[in-house]
Design a protein around this ligand. Structure first.
Ligand SMILES: Cc1cc2nc3c(=O)[nH]c(=O)nc-3n(C[C@H](O)[C@H](O)[C@H](O)COP(=O)(O)O)c2cc1C
Ligand code: SF4
Length: 447
């Protein structure tokens, strides 16, 4: 097998750990946990991505304490009862040679105000998100407890066999992101004011995690290299932040961009340039010696290879494209790019979870019924005629062919795709053409 992507498929050393390739999966909430506990569906979901070849998985937000939840189906590791589930998950992922670490998170002012939730806490009494009432500023005494909770949560991850933790301080999101951001941190005590004050909480969390988990345990920090917002953190600030995080013992930096409030800024929509936050990673990479990861619409293997080969990032975090096709990495490595089911950036995956539903994908229906491997071979092979090569017809032909049937797909127009071809016409919708191409190349029938 020739390797068309030698940079992408070279190992990367992170502190004491070697990761087999440079495609990592960033945190993507799925709503598949049950009251914070790992479920079989959650294990299947991450195991499928590990089997598909991802080097390291950062799981979705995982809460460190029990009072506040972000989404009803989020993960937690806030006490020892969560450890057995995490053991199952880490084992399932490790069997494929991938690493796994949770994204440790305190939702603070972005918590979902389910009945019984006390008034939300925040760096300052600024910015309700879901809640109608303004949050209250968290006290220094409460922060001391929260820092301990981050440490204890990381200790449980280590006990469960996890390879490390990601500390989520990006997107002005949740407690740590809020403290770091001048948009939400209006404090005048040692945890506010200038950039050193705003950084203090994150640095104390890193120190506590290191104290509990020791050296041989990855700590990465997710930051926004630029919040793209007037009054927010900009790239100059972030270069300084990155240097302080390195000094404090972070093992790699996951450089995102934007904020959660301006959702499209952190999770780019279709039509935004691929590699949306790469400029930020590239700049930060020049100022630190630990590995730097970039994220945002890195949807095709050639682009990921270019970004690394051209020295713009060390690692590519590939999120939605790995949702859309759990075998993205394997197919890229084997040079089977035309078999990668294309992510169109439509964000149906996000819409569903924000309304409490389990994760779903426009292009990969099997995401709702993990996983596609469960499509079994038919006991009796048949000849199947599918009339109409629009989206439904193509999907029917695709699944029938996967089940081993001999498929003929008919279309009265000159080209397949139906309404998808029209939907691809407006600006920013060109990605839909990739879906038609993919379906036609993979339904393996006669047309
Ligand atoms: C459905 C969905 C859920 C997400 N959940 C999280 C999360 O739990 N924590 C987080 O920091 N980012 C989350 N993100 C943002 C992703 O980590 C990532 O930054 C974003 O999707 C851009 O990368 P991509 O274009 O490769 O998907 C989520 C994004 C999506 C689409
Ligand atoms: S729902 Fe849309 S954005 Fe999300 S993974 Fe699927 S194709 Fe990509």
């Amino acid at each position: 097998m020739t390797n068309a992507y030698p940079h992408l498929f070279s190992p990367v050393k992170i502190a004491e750990t070697t990761v087999k390739n440079r495609i990592f999966m960033p945190p993507i909430s799925t709503n598949l946990a049950d009251k914070g506990y790992v479920t079989d569906d959650l294990v299947a979901h991450y195991a499928a991505r590990a089997k598909g070849g991802v080097g390291l998985i950062v799981t979705e937000v995982t809460t460190v304490e029990p009072t506040y939840i972000y989404l009803p189906g989020d993960m937690s590791i806030s006490d020892d009862s969560f450890i057995p589930g995490w053991e199952k998950l880490t084992k399932a992922v490790h069997q494929y040679g991938a690493k796994i670490m949770p994204q440790l998170f305190h939702p603070a002012y972005m918590a979902f105000p389910v009945p019984g939730t006390p008034r939300l806490i925040a760096p300052s009494n600024v910015g309700p998100y879901y809640a109608k009432e303004a949050p209250r500023a968290v006290t220094i005494r409460e922060l001391e407890v929260i820092i301990e909770q981050f440490g204890a949560a990381a200790g449980r991850v280590k006990q469960a066999g996890g390879d490390g933790v990601e500390i989520h301080a990006a997107h002005a999101h949740g407690l740590l992101g809020g403290f770091l951001s001048p948009l939400y941190n209006k404090r005048t005590d040692p945890y506010g004011g200038d950039i050193n004050g705003r950084l203090r909480l994150v640095l104390e969390v890193i120190a506590q995690v290191r104290k509990v988990c020791g050296k041989d345990f990855i700590i990465d920090v997710r930051i926004s290299g630029d919040e793209y917002t007037d009054g927010g953190q900009n790239l100059n600030d972030s270069v300084y932040v990155a240097k302080q995080l390195e000094k404090a013992g972070a093992d790699f930096l996951h450089v995102s961009g934007g904020t959660t409030i301006m959702r499209g800024s952190s999770i780019p929509a279709p039509g935004t340039p691929m590699g949306s936050h790469i400029r930020l990673a590239e700049k930060i990479k020049k100022h630190v010696s630990i590995p730097v990861a970039s994220v945002g619409r890195i949807t095709e293997p050639w682009l990921a290879e270019e970004l690394i080969a051209n020295g713009r990032t060390d690692i590519c975090m590939i999120g939605r494209a790995n949702l859309c096709d759990p075998a993205f990495v394997q197919k890229a490595e084997a040079g089977r790019e035309e078999q990668i089911r294309p992510c169109i950036g439509c964000l149906r995956c996000l819409n569903g979870i924000m309304f409490g539903k389990r994760i779903a994908c426009t292009v990969n229906p099997s995401l709702e019924q993990e996983n596609e491997d469960t499509v079994s071979q038919a006991a009796q092979k048949k000849q199947i005629l599918v009339i109409g090569a629009g989206p439904a017809g193509m999907e029917a032909a695709y699944i029938a062919a996967k089940r081993g049937h001999e498929v003929v797909l008919c279309e009265k127009e000159d080209e397949p795709g139906g309404l998808l071809r029209i939907a691809a016409v407006p600006i920013a919708k060109q990605d839909l053409t990739k879906v038609v191409k993919y379906m036609m190349e993979n339904c393996t029938g006669q047309v």
